[in-house]
Design a protein around this ligand. Structure first.
Ligand SMILES: Nc1ncnc2c1ncn2[C@@H]1O[C@H](COP(=O)(O)OP(=O)(O)OP(=O)(O)O)[C@@H](O)[C@H]1O
Ligand SMILES: [Mg+2]
Length: 399
């Protein structure tokens, strides 16, 4: 019988060593990796695809609950057992909702640990047999990323377009970039695509929106992605009801590997629906007080809607001596940082004029590398910076 492969995620090295020791008393287990925080746990889980992750709840940076949610999406065949201390019932409840299969309360002995792991592995095996989703036959996981931001002109479209291109370059599967800024969407402009087929044409469609049918409304881009463009005039945007948009997003999500959705500024119904349906919500903000204040309000709304766990910040905008440092902005928002996009107006403006996104026109530049980092983040391959503290944070929080 092959050994059960385990990843141990805990920020305290002694705890990891102790778990290793307990597991070594039984011959059935092998610890394939150790993570000291949530980001590392997600990265290693995606890379190593262990049978089980033993996940601590409280870790610096990304906590165990967020990491559980990510791993459940990225590596659904991996079972997660939360490891917590007494009194963390609320957190445990959240962890189970995020996709954990079981939990262990510290301190626990070897027997309890071993029985719990074996039970979870057995359950996972039965589940995979029933759904035919064992490793190898696992259907490719489809993911949706909503790019949102409360303020206009913060760079959502630039980020969404370049992210989708980066994904299309890496994934062999289909990527659809959706312009959900229905009135004034710029995806067509940015990719030099004419809106001959667009959202407005979908307005009258009553029948089922299957993949083949929807293909007729998408515009191919030479990078390999397909775009669902905004209508050429704002009147037509009115025809796209939130119900229709939801149906279309659902159908596109069902048939494509990646869906990147560029939302309009603010939080309209379309954006709220997209955020609800998305696996990741990228909140774009500048590192100035006004932008961070608006972003912070958005985070509170995400929290009240139960969507905060899948949100991450992307910083974009001019970097000036007075700009708020990333670590402080991160703390002010209380979100993990998916990336910081380098500010390069000359390159970006030139690209916009030519209709060729910067990652294609100038691949080997700082801004393109920062955008590639974002691609890696959504693909679950990078760690983000650790959280730091200090002064301005309090000012932003008290605004
Ligand atoms: N990293 C960057 N470096 C330099 N210029 C940038 C960068 N990101 C965005 N810009 C510029 O900022 C402007 C706004 O960007 P973009 O259209 O992507 O923002 P948006 O949030 O989608 O705006 P809107 O509210 O109009 O939808 C554009 O002129 C774009 O070229
Ligand atoms: Mg835009």
């Amino acid at each position: 019988m092959s050994k059960i492969r385990i990843l141990v995620a805990d920020d305290i090295p002694q705890t990891r060593t102790e778990i290793q020791r307990l597991l070594s008393l039984e011959g059935h287990f092998t610890v394939v990796g150790e993570a000291g925080n949530g980001e590392e746990a997600v990265r290693l889980a995606a890379q190593l695809q262990p049978d089980v992750v033993l996940m601590d709840i409280n870790m610096p940076g990304m906590d165990g609950i967020t990491a559980t949610q990510r791993i459940t999406i990225l590596v659904p065949q991996t079972a997660i057992i939360m490891v917590s201390i007494q009194g963390e019932h609320e957190y445990l409840k959240k962890a189970m909702l995020a996709g954990a299969s079981e939990y262990l309360i510290k301190p626990f002995g070897a027997e309890e640990l071993v029985t719990t792991i074996k039970r979870v592995v057995e359950l996972q095996r039965i589940r995979q047999e029933q759904t035919g989703s064992g490793t190898g036959s696992l259907p490719k996981r489809r993911k949706m990323v909503a790019v949102v931001g409360p303020k206009g002109g913060v760079g959502r479209t630039t980020i969404a377009a370049n992210l989708a291109i980066g994904l299309a370059q890496q994934a062999k599967d289909r990527v659809v970039l959706v312009d959900l800024d229905l009135q004034f969407g710029d995806i067509g402009l940015m990719l030099n695509l004419k809106p001959i087929r667009h959202w407005g044409e979908l307005a009258g469609v009553q029948e089922d929106l299957d993949a083949e049918h929807l293909d007729g409304y998408l515009t191919p881009h030479f990078s390999g992605l397909q775009a669902l463009l905004a209508p050429p005039n704002p009147q037509e945007a009115e025809l796209v009801t939130p119900e229709l948009a939801k149906r279309v997003l659902k159908a596109l999500g069902d048939h494509n590997q990646w869906l990147v959705v560029d939302c309009a500024a603010g939080l309209n119904d379309h954006a709220l629906d997209a955020m609800e349906m998305a696996d990741y919500v990228l909140l774009v903000a500048g590192r100035d007080l006004a932008s961070l204040k608006a972003a912070r309000v958005t985070v509170d709304i995400l929290l009240s809607l139960g969507l905060k766990a899948k949100a991450a910040a992307v910083f974009n905008g001019p970097v000036l001596p007075a700009s708020i440092p990333v670590a402080e902005a991160e703390r002010a928002l209380g979100l993990p940082v998916a990336g910081e996009v380098e500010w390069d107006p000359n390159l970006v403006l030139g690209c916009l004029n030519k209709g060729i996104p910067v990652v294609l026109a100038h691949a080997n530049t700082g801004i393109s590398r920062s955008l590639a980092g974002l691609v890696e983040w959504v693909r679950g391959e990078t760690k983000s910076d650790t959280v730091a503290k200090k002064s301005l944070v309090r000012r932003i929080l008290s605004l």
